[in-house]
Ligand binder design. Sequence first.
Ligand code: KG4
Ligand code: ZN
Length: 379
Amino acid sequence: MNILAIETSCDETAAAVVRGGRWVLSNVVASQIALHESYGGIVPELASRQHVTAIVPVLREALATAGVGRDDIDAIAVTEGPGLAGSLLVGINVAKTLAFAWKKPLIPVNHLEGHIYANWLIPADADPGSYPPPSFPAVCLIVSGGHTDLLLVHRHGVYEILGRTLDDAAGEAFDKGARILGLGYPGGPAIQRAAEGRRPLEQLPRAWLGDRYDFSFSGVKTALLRAAEPYRKQAPPPGRGAKQARGNDEPFVRHEPPAYSPNMPVGELAAAYQDAIVDVLVEKTANATQQERAQSVMLSGGVSANALLRRRMEARLRPLGVPLFIPELQYCTDNAAMIAGAAYQVLRRGALAGWELDVRAQLPWAAIPGIKIIERARG
Ligand code: KG4
Ligand code: ZN
């Protein structure tokens, strides 16, 4: 069973071919980071236009690298949401067209379920005996740009939501923190780089929220803003700081980083911020692992690429004796291999898409057909 998957929910144009939901034959990602960098964040309209130009070369490369053609592909999978509507639209249209022309089933995938199944991916030539998959029940921490969810995965397609963020997602917190510190976009990698080898300037607040599994990152963001404030220079007068881009093709305002005095301890502030975010993520995941008697733990989403999070989580879980799964770096941030991995499960539960498949920008967990969502009662 070879699945060709397409992912265009945000700012990566991606296509992949995956066999049996696990063996990655190809995984091609065209990043748009360079395009959005100067705006300090993603410009949705530019993202969708870039998907339009990149998607065909990316698809070609995914098929060529995998060494497969139309006859070797059994189904076409695509992210239907959540994400940016204009970006999702490109992938969905291409997937529909391919499924129609090649007469293949069309599999709709929830982006978040894709992140979970990044933990099942293995190299094309891997012996499955050497790569046992996560065993259930599994605690799964999804930390991406839009989500911070702590789940208990009882079995394929049965998710119990233990907790979620009450305000910013972890990735969003990294991105906003980076902006406060005048670092680039995307913020997570920028903060990680700045913090490398630095000691935290001070202990920033952690929102433990009692023994709940929910998260909150707005407090630590405000604390960072306060800590950076004394180093901030007077803002440039309006109109001079932000450069207005010219021409109809680019009616967007370019990002001008805040001006700081050169003696701001950027690395030490970044380290303090990263420390506070990672601390809460690790402790809550470890607590859930013990309380729920999980058989394995999985990390997923862009923030699981964070080196400190990977290191601390491993150190914290090792004494508990519960195996920890963290996707390879290329499968942490957005990619299509993970969409193919999840698509394999969607296919198994028979939830195929019809030609009416449409973008679902706000697609919540509970809207995935064929799965069971359990909401944990919270005090
Ligand atoms: O999963 P993802 O690629 O896209 C979404 O589905 O949102 O996650 C993107 C997020 C961004 O907020 C980015 O700053 C964060 O993941 N990220 C990181 C790192 N790499 C990416 N955060 C912390 N450390 C990293 N190394
Ligand atoms: Zn994602």
